[in-house]
Design a protein around this ligand. Structure first.
Ligand code: P53
Length: 476
């Protein structure tokens, strides 16, 4: 029987703002994550005007990886991680975001972190922008509403590529660039692009213009990376949430197709360097992207990505409505329950086969190596005598690894690696909770911010260690 390549990158993933803490240490500036309060499954996080007194900002301390990194990386090594995906907090390197010179103390922190990984032969995999823009850039420039952001991002990327080129080979530019469309898009417009939608404003229009600037910034960063060091591999990062038609009614099939276009055109631009025809037609009809220059189009074409990084948690199912002959996807109107799938406490469906489907869908279009950089199950965990029996998490991951292997071994997809979310328990991006846990390692901290921060190995820790040791053969 064929098996995965020996150099398959098994690991785990996190993002700086969700686990580092140390929000004011080492000259770090305030990021968008630092002004978001804790929410819950039913209550959204609020975005406050700067840091206010007496509010619970879970990202300020998070799990304090900043002061625990040696201990935590040792645990990752114990599991046998071959790689570790994290992000570089932009505000550690450029506290305000528009400085010309980087903050040496911030750069030094990531040197130490990456060296600690490399000591155990763990390859760092790095995202440049993962929901942690400098807040100053939002106040002063309006975030990605502003074309100037391209220069600030590219400067940040250049500094990182130059500094860490011998420690980090695989990079990604913008985390889940496509989640600004569809589900909860105003929240994502803030976390991804630092944009607060004004009343009376067309959020969709703002999003398309901001996404254009981000795609141009990404393409310039990719081109620069290759000039700095030919060995660097820079990918995009797309949230793959397949949108299935509810049934075989042609209108529902067409609705799902148009919805997939609306959510995944970002990947077309990243990979081909061009806007796909359906998107050109849509933008023309709406008159949305008014600021697109000739140079932008050249940049997009010259900076196509080396691989396709993506997250996969769930699929969604949709149905057309009669009042929408042009099939403009609106998740609030079109999303329906999939009668075949169960959902988690947070309403996320569990659909292992959707992972294989998504990988095939990407592969049919793009013919690029892929990297599963997030996949996991958010759940409450119970500690009993210092043990955590999280078989629900093991089941979820096992089923997804089985489908991933089919995609590689039966469908022939070139897959670089698999970094489940999350290497260790961290603050949820969507809800700000600690109790929506994804980790192999439990962290003693609750939603009120109380706890000793002690680390405990869950059952899934020992299970995943065996999976890696056997290169994905032993999944029981
Ligand atoms: P949390 C939406 C849909 C799928 C994944 O999410 C998403 C989002 C946006 O919240 O985000 C990714 O923590 C993201 C991570 C995040 C993870 O999924 O809300 O890249 O930062 O933590 C899980 O449960």
């Amino acid at each position: 029987m064929s098996v995965l390549n020996d150099d398959f990158l098994w690991g785990g993933a996190v993002a700086a703002h969700q686990f580092e803490g140390g929000w004011k240490v080492g000259g770090k500036g305030i990021s968008v994550a630092d002004i978001m309060t804790a929410g819950s499954a039913s209550e959204n996080r609020t975005i406050t005007d700067g840091v206010l007194d007496k509010k619970n900002y879970p990202n300020h301390e998070a799990i304090d990886f900043y002061h625990h990194y040696k201990q935590d990386i040792k645990l990752f090594a114990e599991m046998g991680f071959r790689c570790f995906r994290t992000s570089i907090a932009w505000t550690r390197i450029f506290p305000k975001g528009d400085e010309k010179q980087p903050n040496e103390e911030g750069l030094k922190f990531y040197d130490d972190l990456f060296d600690e990984c490399l000591k155990y032969n763990i390859q760092p995999i790095v995202t440049l922008s993962h929901f942690e823009l400098p807040y100053y850039l939002i106040e002063k420039y309006g975030g990605w509403r502003n074309r100037k952001m391209i220069d600030f991002f590219v400067n940040f990327a250049d500094v990182c590529f130059k500094r860490y080129q011998n420690k980090v080979k695989y990079w990604m530019t913008f985390n889940e660039i496509n989640n600004q469309t569809g589900y909860n898009n105003e929240f994502c417009l803030f976390t991804n692009s630092g944009i607060k939608v004004k009343s009376g404003e067309n959020a969709e229009q703002v999003m398309y213009q901001a996404a254009h600037y981000e795609l141009v910034a990404s393409s310039i960063a990719v081109r620069h990376a290759h000039v700095i060091n030919k060995g660097l591999q820079v990918g995009c990062m797309i949230a793959m949430v397949p949108l299935y038609p509810l049934d075989s009614k042609p209108a529902n099939i067409m609705m799902a197709e148009k919805a997939m276009q609306k959510r995944y055109w970002f990947a077309d631009v990243h990979v081909t360097g061009e806007y796909p025809t359906f998107m050109k037609a849509f933008l023309k009809k709406k008159g949305y992207t008014t600021d697109v220059t000739h140079d932008d189009l050249i940049n997009l074409k010259k900076g196509t990505v080396d691989y396709l990084g993506f997250s996969y948690y769930m699929s969604k199912t949709i149905k057309a409505t009669d009042d929408n002959p042009e099939y403009e996807y609106d998740d609030y109107k079109n999303d329906v329950q999939n009668p075949f799938l169960k959902v988690s406490e947070w309403g996320w469906s569990v659909d292992p086969e959707g992972l294989r489907y998504g990988m095939n869908w990407f592969n049919d279009r793009f013919h690029l190596p892929q990297f599963i950089v997030e996949n996991g199950f958010g759940s409450r965990d119970v500690v009993e005598n210092g043990e955590i029996h999280d078989n629900y998490r093991i089941n979820y991951l096992r089923q997804h690894i089985i489908e991933m292997k089919k995609a590689v071994l039966e469908d022939g997809i070139d897959l670089l690696g698999y970094t489940p979310w999350s290497a260790i328990d961290i603050v949820s991006a969507g809800t700000g909770q600690m109790e929506k846990r994804y980790g192999f390692i439990y962290v003693d901290k609750d939603d009120e911010g109380k706890g000793t921060l002690a680390r405990l190995r869950k059952d899934s820790f020992y299970w995943y260690k065996k999976v890696i040791e056997s290169n994905g053969q032993e999944l029981d």
